[in-house]
Write a new protein. Sequence first.
Length: 166
Amino acid sequence: MTIDELMALLDMQEEILQFSHFTNADAWEVGNGIVAEARKRELPVAVSIRLNNGMILFQYVGDGINLQNENWMRRKMNTVRTLERSSLYTSVLLRKNEETLADWYLDAKDYAACGGGFPIRVEEVGVIGAILVEGLDHFSNHDMIVKSISRYLHIDEVPRIRTQIF
């Protein structure tokens, strides 16, 4: 898969995986879906669902997760909140353009360009927060979120990343 193909796929995912509404109950259901998948596969992850105003609606920390993982989630949240794109999309775009976060005047201490932050986009409203997964490789963090949102929204035809390009 080329970088352009990957960017098109990530674009499509974000376009398809929009919510008609997003409540605290939705956060609970989506978060528990991700945790159930991680526990079934015995994957050490942290999961957080946060609103742009700073409110944490859902949080789970599996065994083997530490404060550094929380720091990654904080940085991914900042990336999604600021750019309104998935943190993986940001990573791929930076790589394609041979740029860094610093080129965009974003400090790497506060922002992360890697997989695991996905925007909560509400139709006719915009991005209100992010779903975050940390503890796996970048593509697996991202895919776990995509798979769980797809299940929750009952959308079967969401393209998923099958190969890694970097």
